[in-house]
Design a protein around this ligand. Structure first.
Ligand SMILES: [Fe+2]
Length: 198
């Protein structure tokens, strides 16, 4: 990763946390808990297999696009990425946020595929699968859940209808596949994949 030139005066992780805190903690307190949970899960990975600092930073900012002040394209993944870019965060972080958890499917459904391709061409060398794993094994309030529990909870929360469910109808097989791939790089395979409640 290129050397980070911080606008906020801290490390990449500190500045990412500060930004997410500012945008989410008061307006969307559950989302703030969620992103902190996602960021913490980055340490489960072997740092020789994935850049865990970048992954933790991406985890904490991946959902900033839900903040009302950032609403621009109709997709939180793109809104978050545009905002990070405007602040000078590294393109690796921007790319992870733009593409997090199969965002290309949401972009296609929303008619934003070309916009995404033009603004955020996928950088496949980044830990997209690992971020998907961290996101899909963290509940809306930051607890550890299985991928199955997470996906079921999303469907229930949206009453099994609407654009989010339509996106998951297409994305879920790929989400499962990405999470399985990411599991290969866990430091302690098996330990982190079970739910807290089981
Ligand atoms: Fe998330």
């Amino acid at each position: 990763m290129n050397k980070f030139t911080p606008d906020f005066g801290g490390t990449l992780l500190q500045d990412s946390r500060e930004l997410a805190n500012k945008l989410l903690a008061a307006e969307l307190p559950n989302r703030w808990l969620h992103v902190q949970g996602v960021a913490k899960r980055a340490i489960l990975f072997d740092p020789l297999k994935a850049d865990t600092t970048l992954l933790a930073a991406a985890g904490i900012v991946h959902d900033i696009g839900y903040a009302e002040a950032l609403a621009e394209t109709g997709l939180h993944q793109l809104d978050g990425a545009l905002h990070l870019r405007s602040l000078g965060f590294p393109e690796e972080l921007v790319n992870l946020v733009a593409h997090h958890t199969c965002a290309h499917i949401a972009a296609e459904l929303a008619g934003k595929k070309e916009f995404m391709k033009e603004k955020f061409p996928l950088n496949p060398s980044l830990p997209h699968t690992h971020l998907c794993f961290c996101d899909m094994t963290t509940s809306p309030v930051g607890n550890h859940v299985t991928v199955e529990e997470r996906l079921e909870e999303i469907r229930e929360r949206h009453n099994h209808k609407g654009p989010v469910v339509a996106y998951h109808d297409i994305a879920d097989p790929l989400i499962f596949q990405m999470c399985e791939e990411a599991k290969q790089d866990l430091l302690l395979p098996g330990v982190s994949t079970a739910s807290q409640n089981s």
